[in-house]
Design a protein around this ligand. Structure first.
Ligand SMILES: *Cc1c(COP(=O)(O)O)cnc(C)c1O
Length: 348
């Protein structure tokens, strides 16, 4: 995590870094994220309770709520803990106008530059800015937007340059820090690096683009590993697992791995999804079950009960497994289940 943060910094040497630690630091653990990103200038997340927890854990630099607050009670919490908030809609603005707060707040005016998810339309940005400016409890006002296509800047429906242009037009001449880039923009579009950048997935060693994480110089923060707990020798015509969807075309050795969808391994991963056993790359066969997957040990001469298995991470990019399963590395990271034991190691 420390290494990947340095990669993010090198991509945007003049920007401050808001490391995104939402969703339990993309499955890595909030406190671990806080320690791994100790050098960051701030942390960004969604959950108000976790923002307060970061303060309790001792984080003193900026904390930003990326979707802002959800009700008026949250406002008291964020004032007490000095948490920055996004303001993305009129309802939030009204709550701020009506609140009586004992402390001043830094707010981040979110602009809808084309994603059409959260944020104010560029045309009303100046009015919203003035309304925020008139609230006594509002201290600094910054500007933020989020890209729909930073990993594919030439997207025909919404090119990155169009979003950048809309943001610049909306905020032109208004004082305040700007923050636009997610991981993909940080890695591939230095022209978007502003006062701040907001990388997430890259900090955990996932790639947001078609380019591999390794090609960007990123290292996997998470390795999901297990062991072989059983072996079956099967013949041509024998089937494996629920639904008997995989049928051997010749004699095979099947290894049973103690890891299933209740651990966060994607249930929809098909036969052929890569896996490493005893340092040898092979593949999953048959359906993923709750507590187990089955793998082809035929090419792994040394394998036996107890052989180490890597599901993703060191030596097997999470994005490759995600692609095979029809999803993204983000989803696999976030879905690591509570029963998975986390072992920390230092290998940077
Ligand atoms: C999640 C998130 C990010 C980080 O995105 P990555 O693609 O993981 O880098 C940045 N900004 C906002 C508002 C987010 O919600």
């Amino acid at each position: 995590m420390r290494h990947n943060l340095r990669v993010a910094k090198n991509c945007a040497p003049h920007s401050r870094i808001l490391a995104v630690v939402k969703a339990n630091a993309y499955g890595h653990g909030l406190e671990r994220g806080m320690r791994g990103f100790a050098e960051a200038d701030g942390l960004g997340l969604i959950e108000v309770d976790n923002a307060a927890r970061l303060r309790q854990l001792g984080w003193q630099k900026r904390i930003l709520l990326l979707e802002g607050f959800f009700d008026a009670d949250d406002l008291q919490t964020i004032a007490v803990h000095q948490i920055d908030t996004v303001v993305h809609c009129v309802e939030q603005l009204q709550m701020l106008e009506q609140a009586s707060l004992n402390a001043k707040l830094d707010v981040h005016l979110k602009i809808n530059s084309g994603m059409n998810r959260l944020g104010f339309m560029p045309a009303v940005c100046r009015d919203i800015y003035q309304r925020l400016r008139a609230i006594p409890a509002v201290r600094n006002i910054s500007f933020i937007t989020h890209f729909a296509n930073a990993e594919n800047a030439a997207n025909a429906n919404l090119p990155l340059s169009e979003q950048l242009q809309r943001f610049q037009t909306a905020t032109q001449g208004l004082p305040g820090d700007r923050c636009l880039s997610n991981s993909a923009a940080d890695l591939m579009h230095p022209e978007c690096a502003a006062d701040w950048v907001r990388p997430g997935v890259m900090l955990y060693g996932g790639t947001p683009a078609d380019t591999s994480a390794a090609a960007f110089g990123l290292q996997p923060a998470m390795t999901l590993s297990s062991e072989i707990i059983g072996i079956q020798h099967i013949a041509a015509g024998d089937a494996v697992g629920y639904g008997s969807s995989f049928v051997a075309s010749g004699p095979m050795t099947i290894g049973v791995v103690a890891c299933g969808y209740a651990d966060g391994y994607p249930r929809h991963a098909p036969s052929g999804t890569p896996v490493i056993v005893d340092g040898v790359r092979t593949q999953m066969v048959g359906r993923v079950s709750m507590d187990m997957i089955t793998v082809d040990l035929t090419p792994v001469a040394t394998a036996g009960v107890g052989s180490p298995v890597i599901l993703w991470g060191q030596g097997l990019p999470i994005d490759e497994v995600a692609n095979a399963a029809g999803t993204v590395g983000y989803e696999l990271m976030c879905a690591i289940a509570p029963r998975v034991r986390i072992v920390e190691s230092e290998n940077v």
